[in-house]
Design a protein around this ligand. Structure first.
Ligand SMILES: *Cc1c(COP(=O)(O)O)cnc(C)c1O
Length: 451
């Protein structure tokens, strides 16, 4: 065929709109995006013909390209993935997945009206702040509680409301960067608090805090070194000594715990992560932590402690700017109820993963290995999310037999539901500890179709 004949053989927009596939594509993506996509593919095809490329003019092939174009165009940037990396709280993968009841609670308030700021007894305006407060007090033993957007904003609020234009004493070993450029000294400057550094990187004693106090000091702050560990010639002041010193001098003692565990991690072969209840009993006036780290709930910053201080935080204008929405309250309350009922290790996904017995992982890994022609090898899972640095849990990995691990990792990420795996000893490995049970079949299918 001559070029002119081939150009004339190109189907028209209208004829492709009559194609078998058009109706369902229009239903999925809309009639106008469909027409635009057909125009675009026909344009591309025309350019290719003019450039003398050998290319199909078949209507089925063209509509297939139209379908792919639409699928790509309508792909959301935020997508579900499968976490086979063995990092339980993966900050890049959205941290904690929610329990079933947290999902249900979130959906219920999302889809329907609710009493977010309505007092059902009085029939008038109520406060959103009360929704998680009683539960938080119940599970932590605190007098009062407040929930804000995340733990970084909890710190900003605490410093702005209670230490603006005043001094905050902190150990040099705790002037840390939490991640994503979030640095304690910058947060202090932003809040208008004056940083009073004491001690050295590796050693700070209670006497260092005592010596630093002056007329303008308002607060002693402890920041948990959650994403790194100092070992060797190391010393830090006890929180209880900091609290006593603060109280003897009419100051506030604040503990930023980061992950904020409500359960002990030690029974699972991990180091003991400091717990919220412990900080409160040690005398901290306020304790702040994240909702989506070891609590296993939605993104939130949780502040618990003295009632008079929580009242001052609630009244600060920033509290309004940092408040959370009904979805967060729904998910957070349902998550906290697992701790109240003491069924967290059965129902909160990250605690199930932490508590999962090695023999159980091994048994599943053996089944998968025989289905995939893979091997089972020893490995390590991590808690991650800036908690328990340097400690791992033994796991059993499904080690795939593929020629090029790096390019196979790319193909795993290109799956319909992308798979995040890990390379160990130059082999692509799946850690089934972090794979959610509802994704197991899909994971197996996708990998089978790749090998
Ligand atoms: C993670 C962390 C934060 C930040 O918490 P977000 O909820 O991510 O804002 C602050 N302080 C410490 C000690 C942390 O570990």
């Amino acid at each position: 065929m001559s070029l002119n004949e081939r150009l004339r053989a190109l189907p028209s927009v209208d004829s492709l709109l009559q194609h078998d596939m058009a109706q369902s594509l229009a239903a999925d993506y809309g009639a106008i995006p469909l027409r635009d996509a057909i125009r675009m593919i026909l344009d591309q095809t025309r350019q290719n013909l003019l450039a003398d490329r050998d290319i199909s003019l078949d209507a089925d092939d063209l509509m297939q390209q139209v379908a792919e174009q639409l699928q790509q165009q309508f792909m959301p940037t935020l997508r579900v993935v499968i976490n086979a990396s063995g990092v339980i709280l993966h900050t890049n993968l959205g941290r904690a997945p929610l329990s079933q009841s947290a999902q249900d609670a979130m959906l219920a308030v999302a889809a329907q009206y609710n009493n977010l700021e309505y007092d059902l007894e009085q029939g008038k305006r109520g406060s959103r702040y009360l929704h998680a407060e009683e539960l938080l007090c119940d599970v932590t033993g605190a007098q009062a509680a407040l929930v804000v957007n995340n733990n970084a904003s909890a710190l900003v609020l605490i410093l702005s409301a209670l230490a603006k234009d005043a001094g905050v004493v902190i150990s040099r070993g705790q002037l840390v960067e939490i991640g994503g450029g979030f640095r304690i000294p910058d947060i202090m400057a932003q809040s208008g608090a004056r940083l009073i550094e004491v001690g050295t990187t590796n050693r700070t004693r209670i006497a260092d805090y005592t010596a630093a106090l002056d007329e303008e000091t308002a607060m002693l702050l402890r920041v948990h070194s959650s994403n790194f560990r100092l070992v060797g010639f190391v010393e830090s002041a006890e929180l209880s000594d900091m609290a006593s010193l603060a109280h003897d001098n009419d100051l506030i003692c604040v503990d930023d715990l980061g992950s904020g565990a409500l359960l002990d991690t030690a029974p699972y072969g991990l180091l003991h992560e400091p717990m919220v209840q412990e900080s409160l009993s040690a005398g901290a006036d306020l304790v702040c932590f994240s909702g989506d780290k070891l609590l296993g709930g939605p993104q939130a910053g949780i502040i618990v402690g003295r009632a008079d201080l929580i009242v001052r935080l609630k009244k600060h204008p920033l509290a309004r700017a940092l408040r959370v929405d009904k979805l967060t309250y729904g998910a957070l309350n349902a998550t906290l109820m697992h701790y109240q009922r003491q069924d967290a290790t059965e129902h909160i996904p990250i605690w199930r993963m932490i508590a999962r017995p090695l023999a159980d992982i091994d048994q599943q890994a053996q089944q998968w290995a025989s289905a995939l022609g893979a091997d089972v090898i020893d490995g390590e899972s991590m808690v991650g999310g800036g908690s328990l640095p340097g400690t791992t849990m033994p796991t059993r990995l499904v080690a795939l037999n593929v020629p090029s691990p790096d390019s196979f990792m790319v193909r795993l990420r290109q799956c319909d539901v992308p798979i995040i795996a890990r390379i160990v000893e130059n082999r692509v490995c799946l850690d089934l500890r972090t794979v959610l049970s509802q994704q197991e079949d899909l994971l197996l299918e996708q990998i089978q179709s790749l090998i």
